[in-house]
Each structure stands twice: as structure tokens, then as C-alpha cells.
Write a protein that binds this ligand. Sequence first.
Ligand code: HEM
Length: 389
Amino acid sequence: MPLNLTRINRSYLFAFIDSHIIHYPTPISLTYAWSFGSLAGICLVIQMLSGIFLAMHYTPNIDMAFSSVEHIMRDVQNGWLIRYIHANGASMFFIVVYAHICRGLYYGSYMEPRELLWCSGVIIFLLMMGTAFTGYVLPWGQMSFWGATVITSMVTAIPVAGQPIVQWLWGGYTVGNPTLNRFFSIHFVLPFVIAGLTLVHLALLHKEGSNSPVGSDTGVDDVPFYPYFVSKDVFAFACFLLFFATFVFYFPNVLNHPDNYIPADPLQTPAHVVPEWYFLPYYAILRSIPHKVGGIIAMGGSILILLLIPFINTSEIRNTTYRPIFKFCFWFFIADFIILMWIGQKPVKDTFILVGQIATVYYFAFFLILIPIIGKVESALVHYKLDSD
Ligand code: HEM
């Protein structure tokens, strides 16, 4: 009998869907905090689709970029909708991913055996930042131009090679047409790389299965993913859509800087160059260090430090609810992050400098000192209690 390859492939596909979606073993106790992962995937799809439609009408040339965006807003059928979905979608993506990271931090999802899964997430997060940064340059408004100038100029802090490298990045002696062209290419390509890495992220997740609010591993209290978590994720998606639509239809420009509606002018620096809200905490860390190279290292370190957590953690308990000392430091860290976000949009003067510096110190102390030490202290207390009972 001839081999029926279509049939074999189809049965393989059905078996894959069955074991990785329909009957995928999922801890029964997962809360809505576990829906942010699927929401992040939906955000990525929304950004890629709306971006492809924008690219059909956008012109990556410094003389036409700004007006091509206005053309999308005014002349293209539903162009305003596609652009507002894409611009606000970037913010929604960051809200969702920040919530996803916080869930991981709170429930100890980075702990053994999910170290690589966590690290794959951090790499995705770095690429997301690169995508958002290059995307913000494309409308070629004042903030686009000056934001690109401020950030790319950091490369000049590299001794000796800094100047040649930045000129190579720009494709000239300032941020200009070659810069806009390459940023457009990078902005178009990166989401596809993120999509590929997301598949790696999911493969790593399915290797160990989900962590859970009680800290149990898969196999202890599982139910099939369908229908329990499909319905839960669909409800989370409906709520997210309402939230997203409120911005798109009622406050489409509230997360944008008004100066970006002024065409880029290389001869006039805006009074304050501020990044988008999701970059503000790192910008605050950069400006809190009164030394150019030191500031750049601290800013890069503030994100790369996430890669260290799985390896410097000493806690034997995953869920922060059961860790009273760490719980206090965790919520203090969340407040600290919000303070840094506020400082990032303030001028570098008076009390703001001091507040920014204190918040920066706590940011690093949380990861480098509190995470390793509190785990040990809490474990010692638990063992002491068990021994004395
Ligand atoms: C494009 C961005 C991302 C997408 C699409 C994505 C997708 C997902 C999905 C679908 C899940 C399973 C559902 C869930 O547990 O929420 C998941 C789990 C997880 N993700 Fe992500 N993720 C992204 C970014 C990140 C980032 C930035 C991190 C960390 C820095 C991260 C760390 C994790 C961890 C540790 C888990 C396991 C959670 C657990 O079992 O408790 N992810 N991700």
C-alpha cells in the first residue's frame, strides 16, 4: 500500500494540537494573572497585522515620513483606526508584558526548573524595546528625531571607537535619511524574530508545564487546557479589548507626546526630550548617575539584571504570599519602579535628582541584595520553626 504522507502529517498535527492545546495539562489553580501570556501573544499579532497595513502607506524618507503619517490619518480609509490601534497597541503590549513579568516575579516563576524559560522572556523583552524604539522614530516628529539622537549618541561614550560607531549606526554625520531607512527595516523585521522566539518560549514552557499560585508543578492538580483555560483566556481577552478600545476611541493621544505632532527640526531641540512612558524608569536610572558611561552601564544593567534572578535566588518558596519579608520588599519594589517612572519625566534638578538616586539604589539593591539574602533568612526561619515543632 502506498504511504499516505498527507494523512501522516495531518494525524501528527492533530496529535500535536491535542497534546499541546486541548488536553494540555494545566494546574487547576491558575488565576487570571496567568492570562497575560496569551494576551501578550495577541498583542504581538495585533501589532504585526496593523503594522503591515501601515507600511502599505508609510514612506520612510525624511521629507515625506511625517506627511505620509498625516496622509494615513486623513485620506486612507480607516487609516486613523489602523494607526491608533498600532500606536496605542504598543503601550498595551508593554502594560501586558509588565504584568506578565510581575506575575513571574511574584509567583517565583523564574525559579528552577523554569530558568531558561524566564531568560527567553528577558530576551524577547529586549527585542520588544528595540522594536518600540525604532518604531517611535518613524513618524519623524520632534520627539522621534531628538529621542533617536539622544539614545544613539550614547554610543559615543565608548572610548576611541564611539564616534566612528555612531556614524556607522546613523549612516552619516547626524540622524538622517539613512537612519530612518534602516530603522524602518529593523522595525519591520524584529517582530518576526520576536514571533520566532515566542515559539521557543512556549516550547520551554511546555517542557516543564506552568507554575501555579500554590507553587505546585504540573502533574499535581491538573485539568485539561480546553475548555477550562480557553474560556478563561477568552474572557480575559474580552476585558482587555474593552480597555484597549477605550484608549483607541476616546483617548487616542493621551499616551503620546504632543511635540511629536511637530515635524522633526534638527535645528531646534525640544525643551524636554522624554521617551515613551514604558522607557521612563530606565531613563531615570540613566540620568541618576552623574557620569555618562556609568549612567549608560546602569541603564543597560537595570534590564540585564533580570537574567540573573533565577541564578541568585535562594528561596525555597515560590509564591510571595507565603514569604512575609519578601512580600514587603516586592511591593516596595513596585512602588519604586513607579517612582522611577515619574522621575523619568521630570527635569534633572533639585529634589528630583535625590529621589531618582535613592530609587535607583533600591532598584539594584532589590535584585542584588534582597533577593539572595531574604530567601536565605526565610528558609532559616521556616527550618527553625519546623525543628522546634
Ligand atoms: C512577546 C512577549 C511574550 C509572550 C507572547 C509570552 C507568552 C507566554 C505565554 C503564552 C505563557 C503561558 C501563559 C502564562 O503563564 O502567562 C508564558 C509563560 C511565561 N513567561 Fe512569557 N511571554 C512573553 C514575554 C515574557 C517575558 C518578558 C518574561 C520574563 C522576563 C516571560 C516569562 C515567562 C515565564 C517565567 C512563564 C511561566 C509562567 C508560569 O508558569 O508561572 N515572558 N509566556
